[in-house]
Design a protein. Structure first.
Lengths: 69, 584
């Protein structure tokens, strides 16, 4: 199962709002913890190791590229 | 536990130094012994016994005159017990040891995860026993001392090593001064600080961990079951981990994570240790401290386990964290891998290059052990802030979600490496399922035989075995003749038949062969066998080849390959279409 990077979210703006709302009133440490739990839950849902590895590779590559202006 | 013998306090035993033949002019220094084993710990003793059982005389030297002080390695895995059985001392270990197979993991005051290491019946030995290292060494030593071809030399310290084309010369320091001890091969089983490793200019490489742990062995009457209990962040030891394990003699191992900043000397003091133990057990618990130690660890190995005629084993060759019990257990597997190969080389049955496969197979196993041990340690002692965030996220989710429990890593407990890529294997040409792929250590199964040995593993090992499923009468005359002819060759080969019928007089038709009845069908099941299925099993009970029929030419070729007697290019069999799942 290749990583799908084409548009796939049913309701993109609703998703983004919910993602930000998830962190409402949390300090940085609590937000970090929430993000980690979210990643773990979603990773288990995806399950496929190659897909996850590809997502990790893309995520990491952005950290090594120049930051957006 | 059913201890029927009078317990010996092996920690208090001392063994007398005596001048040896070399020092008394009775053995010419330039006439090498076949094998010198350096270090009388579990690995050195197991190597010496295994070699002696292969009729190779051994000189075993140790720099001390006592066995292990403190319980040290306490968890001995099923595979190690299977090896001890083959060496003749498994019963004493298991009779004395505490059997266990269940582990529980707690977060704070709540259980989040439990595992069962041996969920199926039909194995002679339990998944694990806990047994103090001094008992293991004591039982191995009693076994070694009963063997006439093991010459044990106490207070004999190797202080120099010189490699020659056909032998190794060790300088041995004794209470009577130094002498030269020569061996065709030397087995270095001299521990994690291996002086031989240093003398050869070698070192181990890998990760060290910035954490300290306190071991407290306490003697008490306690209601805990014989299970492995692991706590993350318990109320009695906040923010750190704790491990509780039961040993024989009402001794309990408690392992407290202390953190890197702990003072290793101060933490050993009883006035520091007792309150920590009391916090776990409660204010009314009565206990005595048996042994206390503060340790750090590293996950490391030597780049190569072979240096000329010196073969490195156990902690001398590799080190792991204690989480997973992969230290002593892997060392005993080193011993068994090496012993038959040394014997075959010394007896002219195999070329010296067979010993290179000791290094390659056990380096592979060490990498697997280090990988597992490092992963456990990274979970228990996160190395970075984000690693800690994910660890805590896993633990939090594990309370409510089964998927997260499989990520909780308090130690992945020792199982034997499947030597899948070994050059000694012959690749499958036929389709097989199950776990017994070439390179796997054989699993046990209940059987019935004429000699009262009711377990399959009792009939495998020590030499090569052709394990044939079906009765002797299932072979046609040509197969039988060819197999008998192969048995007359240079490599000893036993034939073991496993039938699903009652044992009949057909065994008589094949002198020397063993006929077993697969009483519960588990042998055929575990080996994915049908009538005619044939496995070739190494002296260390590892599978090296298998077929759906008794192909004697194939067996001969596989036997040559497994003993290093075949050119490398002959392994042209297609690779297996079926990958076996890992053992639980």
């Amino acid at each position: 199962m290749p990583l799908n990077t084409a548009p796939n979210l049913a309701r993109p703006d609703d998703f983004y709002e919910a993602l930000i709302d998830m962190h409402r009133d949390l300090d940085d440490a609590a937000s970090q913890a929430v993000n980690a739990r979210l990643i773990l839950l979603l990773s288990n849902h995806i399950g496929d190791q190659d897909t996850l590895a590809e997502a990790m590779r893309l995520a990491r590559a952005a950290a090594e590229a120049p930051a957006p202006a | 536990m059913s201890s029927t013998e009078v317990d010996i306090d092996y920690q208090k035993q001392t063994y007398a130094y005596a001048p040896c033949a070399e020092q008394q002019g009775g053995h010419r220094a330039d006439s090498p012994h076949p094998v010198i084993v350096v270090g009388a710990g579990p690995v050195g003793l197991a190597t010496a016994i295994d070699l002696a059982r292969h009729d190779v005389p051994v000189v075993l030297v140790d720099d001390d005159c006592t066995l292990s002080t403190g319980s040290r390695a306490i968890c001995f895995a099923k595979r190690t017990l299977d090896i001890f059985d083959r060496l003749g001392c498994g019963d004493r270990m298991v009779d004395k040891g505490v059997r266990w197979h269940v582990g529980k993991v707690f977060l704070q005051d709540r259980q989040i995860y439990a595992f069962d290491l041996l969920p199926e019946a039909g194995h002679q030995r339990p998944a694990f026993i806990n047994l103090q290292q001094y008992y293991v060494e004591g039982y191995l030593l009693d076994c070694a001392r009963a063997m006439p071809n093991i010459d044990i030399r106490w207070k004999s310290r190797a202080v120099a090593v010189e490699q020659h084309p056909d032998h190794v010369a060790l300088t041995i320091e004794t209470p009577d001064g130094c002498y030269t001890l020569c061996g065709r091969y030397v087995v270095a089983a001299d521990g994690s600080r291996s002086p031989l490793r240093r003398m050869l200019g070698q070192e181990s490489h890998g990760h060290t961990f910035r954490d300290r742990f306190l071991i407290a062995d306490v003697k008490m009457e306690a209601p805990f079951p014989a299970e492995r209990w692991f706590w993350f962040d318990p109320p009695f030891h906040p923010n750190q981990s704790v491990l509780l394990h039961r040993q024989p003699d009402n001794v309990w191992r408690i392992d407290f994570q202390l953190g890197w900043d702990a003072d290793p000397v101060a933490e050993r003091a009883p006035e520091r240790v007792i309150p920590r133990v009391q916090a776990l057990l409660g204010p009314d618990a009565k206990f005595e401290l048996e042994w206390v130690s503060v340790y750090t660890f590293a996950c490391v190995r030597m780049d190569s386990f072979r240096h000329g005629r010196v073969l490195f084993t156990g902690d001398a060759a590799h080190g792991v964290s204690p989480f997973g019990a992969r230290g002593a257990n892997s060392g005993v597997q080193d011993a068994e891998n090496l012993a038959w190969k040394l014997a075959y080389v010394l007896q002219g049955k195999a070329p010296d290059s067979l010993l290179d496969t000791y290094a390659s197979e056990r380096e592979y196993a060490a990498d697997e052990n280090i990988r597992n041990s490092t992963r456990s340690t990274d979970f228990i002692t996160p190395k970075s802030a984000v690693s800690r965030v994910f660890r805590d996220a896993v633990l939090t989710l594990a309370r409510d979600h089964a998927f997260a429990r499989q990520l909780v890593n308090s130690g992945r407990l020792s199982v034997p490496a499947v030597l899948r890529d070994s050059v000694l294997n012959t690749a499958d040409a036929d389709a097989f399922g199950g776990a017994m792929a070439p390179g796997a250590a054989c699993v046990d199964a209940p059987v019935a035989d004429a000699a009262g040995k009711p377990w399959l593993l009792q009939h495998l090992g020590n030499e090569f075995v052709a394990l044939v499923f079906g009765p002797p009468a299932g072979l046609d005359a040509a197969q039988a003749d060819a197999l008998r002819t192969l048995q007359q060759g240079g490599i000893p080969l036993r034939v073991v038949f496993v039938t699903d019928a009652a044992i009949s007089a057909s065994a008589q038709a094949w002198p020397g062969a063993t006929v077993l009845r697969d009483t519960e069908g588990l042998a055929a099941n575990r080996f994915d066998a049908r009538a005619g299925t044939c496995y070739l099993i190494r002296p260390d009970q590892h599978v090296c080849a298998r077929w759906r029929g008794v192909d004697v030419a194939g067996i001969a070729a596989a036997l040559a390959r497994a003993t290093g007697n075949a050119p490398a290019s002959t392994n042209l069999a297609p690779s297996a279409p079926v990958q076996a799942p890992a053992l639980a």
